[in-house]
Each structure stands twice: as structure tokens, then as C-alpha cells.
Write a protein that binds this ligand. Sequence first.
Ligand code: ADP
Length: 398
Amino acid sequence: MPHALTLNAGSSSLKFGFFELGDLQGEPQSRILGLVERIGQGERAHIKAKGADGQVLLDQEYGRNHVPDHGTALARVVDFLREQRPDARLAAVGHRVVHGGPDYAEPTRLTPPVMDRLAQFEPLAPLHQPHNLSGARAALELFPDAIQVACFDTAFHRHHPWVNDTFAIPRKFYDQGVRRYGFHGLSYQYISETLEKTAPHLHSGRTIVAHLGNGASMCALMGGRSVASSMGFSALDGLPMGSRCGQLDPGVLLYMLMNEGMTPKEIEDVLYRQSGLLGLSGLSNDMRTLEAAGTEPAREAIDYFVFRIRRELGALAAALGGVSTLVFCGGIGENSAHIREKVCEGMGWIGMELDTGRNLRGERIISTDLSRVRILVIPTNEEIVIARAARDSLAGAG
Ligand code: ADP
């Protein structure tokens, strides 16, 4: 039976999934899911993996500098998978690649020219794209006979109407690819497909999805298709994130450049790594830490995060001409009843009424029965979207 490996590389992490693909017709079956954390950084990397039943298969810390890069992390993952499943026939590897630029609106087979093209988008997603591609390079070497397919976070948004695809700067920049791309597309695709299967009446309506994780964005779906996103050209725009700034007046960049004499690299570091929840709280990029801290700057960081979500909610509802469903997902969206409550507070004017009991219990539907807008919590699953693309690519090659 063919198997697929899914890889999702962050700046210092590598998520992986091992799937059985069966006869390539049905849903890929997840058998192992895992995560390598603290890659590089001179720290002790950590790997954890669970089986389909949630049983922990591996939970191990490595020595300092034993996992210096994503290639080594992948080699460790492969050693573990070979030990667990010596029978495995890895026929396909699916990669999450954050930026597909203007060219790629569908999952795409990785070939040397495609890899070269994708490397050109590294400056647009410096926290992710270089790691996505180094993972892909390592996998191409380790599994030369497997089909390797890239799944792009931008692809789901590639059919936005013109007004949501452009900035008001001279047109030559648009032609060069300076556009509003939008990200977290694999997550939004999962939510859209899940709604289609489980609540088709909601899927056909106007939906706003709030993907609130370490990276955070929001997306407006009309009949299941993305029509607007809070993220733009890079993964910096829109909502504030763990350590990214979110929407920023470009005048601030000019100020940093011209008045502070900062170099572009220094500015990149501030905007991607020192801003957002971390920058405002001076404490942490992690929502759990901020919620537990209870200090004034931590509270203010949370207030700003919530305020920008509420603002975006209004903007996306206007882009859609109304809203019938709000979905929360991502680590914060799925787990923090407190943030969900603050986002929905006083939103009766737009037809949202939260049921605080359902919200606290973490139920799937957290709106009241009378709420005009359905409010849902749906755990997202980017891995299955990648595994489906790997299956389809393999079936197409068959
Ligand atoms: P990534 O974008 O790296 O995939 P996740 O979707 O895993 O991130 O989300 C990570 C964020 O979710 C962190 O800020 C973390 O603190 C937050 N989070 C996870 N569980 C909880 C919880 N129970 N309450 C509040 N925040 C949580």
C-alpha cells in the first residue's frame, strides 16, 4: 500500500504526518503525526510523535546542536518512521510551501525549475519559505523516487477580485508580482471543505474564518471560495501575531529607515521577530503565557490583538455584504474561550450572540440558538489537505 509523508516547516519547527493512501480513491488515513521543535538555535531539539489513537510513540530530547537544521530534523523523522513502519512504501511527499507567488494556484510537482522559482519568493516570507524549501531539498535527496508536491498557502486566495488583489501603487509593481496574496490557505481550504461536508447550508453563505495561531489571519469566504484576506504581500499584514506586527502604516518603515538609520535587515528583524504580542507585552509571543501573566502590558497586548480581530471582522463583513457564519480555528481560536468571548463581545449589531456556556465548554457551535450568525469552532487540519494533494498527485501520475 502506498504511503505519504507530509512536511510543514516553520522557522524552528517541523511538523510531519504519515498517511496510508489505500487505493488512492478514499480519504488518506493519518497514522502518525509529529513535531520536531527547537531546530537550530543551539538549543536541545525535541521530537514528539503520536499514533492515530493519540498514543505517544516518541517523546525525546536531543543533545545541544544535534539537530542544527531542517535537513537533519527530517533525517531524524525518517529514522523514526523506518523503525515504526519498516513496511512503508513512501510514494509521495507533500510539502507546505508558504509562498507560491503569482504563478501557483494549485498544488504543484516539485522539479528543479519550480524549486528555483519558489526560492525567488524567500524574501516575502523569510520566517517560512527558506525552511520550506530546505525541507523540500532534503526530501528530494532522501526520496528520489517519490512524487513530491508543494501545497501553497497563497493558492486558495489566487482568485480574489482585483480590488482585493492589488495595492494603490504604480501598476508596474503589480506586474512584478507586488500583490495581495493572502496566506493560511491550507487551513482555510480545510475549513471550507469541512463546512461543505458537514453544513452545506452554511458553506453556501457568507463566512468569515479567524485563523488565530502563532501566525494569524482572517479570510472572507463566499460560497466556500476566498474573496478577501487580512494578509497581503507578505505574511506580515493584517492581524498582529506572536512576533509579527500586522497592519502597519508604511510611513513607519520610512521613519525607521530615514530617522532611525536602521538597515533593511534590522527592520525585517523588528517586524517579523520583535513585534506583535511579544513586542507589545515585552514578555512573550505565546498567548498562554500572556493570559497567565495578568500584567498590564500583557493585558494591553491581548486587547490590541482582540481589537484588530474585531476591526477586521467588520471589514470582511463589509467585503462580503454580510456574514452568516464565523469560524474560529488555530491554536488560540480553538483553545482560548477567553479570546473568543472578547472578540464576540457586543457584536449583537452584526447578528452575533455568543453562548458563554457553550464557549467555555469548547463545543463546536458556540452561538446561541437565536443568534443570526452561527459561530463555530473547527480544529483546523493542514496536514490532511497536504495528504489529499499528495494522493491526487499520485493518482494523476498513475
Ligand atoms: P502555529 O501558527 O505555530 O501553528 P498554533 O496554531 O499552534 O501556532 O498556535 C499557537 C498559539 O496558540 C500560541 O500563542 C499558544 O499560546 C496558543 N494556545 C494554545 N493553546 C492555548 C490555550 N489553551 N489557551 C490560549 N492560547 C493557547
